[in-house]
Design a protein around this ligand. Sequence first.
Ligand SMILES: O=C(CO)[C@H](O)[C@H](O)COP(=O)(O)O
Length: 226
Amino acid sequence: MKQGGSDAAKRAAGESAAEAVEDGMVVGLGTGSTTAHAIRAIGGQVDAGIDVVGVPTSFQSRELAREVGIPLSDLDEVSVDLAIDGADEVADGDLIKGGGAAHAREKVVDASADRFLVVADPTKTADVLSHPVPVEVLSAARTTVAASVRDLGGEPTLRQAERKDGPVVTDNGNLVLDCEFGPIEAPGALGSELAGLPGVVEHGLFVGLADAVHVGGEDGVTVREL
Ligand SMILES: O=C(CO)[C@H](O)[C@H](O)COP(=O)(O)O
């Protein structure tokens, strides 16, 4: 996985995207170390008196938002003006997400937003998507989905927990198959195939959802509008 970016680059990207937050907005709060910088920056804006409501995408983003004082709600109560979220890989505005196994809720929140900003460090950018695609599956479907992924030309690996014996269990109580496809020339078509497999809850291909990408680097932030 591409996790090698510097914290300074992640921070620059996160803080740049947080500048788009305006008084009165409902903001989708993504998951991961880059988005965490945006959440902290939004917490600073709340301290300064701005009126913002956050919609978290994971246990992790909810905990951090509470820690920094962002009032929270959910999609049953509010609609999202602006979502800010990270990515494991970005190519031509399309994304692979799910390094934190939060991509199911992230996709719901990010896709619902009027505007979705991606925050990333330069190690995440690529010409063609080729990162393994995380696929969240019902536990009962992990073997059948794995077989179907192989039929599609992929190699699935059940994601293992690091400080627990056994697999990662998502915030939704499901498992994750990391599916290696090599270079993905048609991410929309692959995403449709994966979404159609019985037992798939959500996959990490985010195609055509982002409105802009903020990439932090040594010399500032590059913002690409899509
Ligand atoms: O998709 C995600 C979580 O499911 C993250 O946004 C993605 O893994 C990027 O994380 P980081 O900013 O820590 O590199």
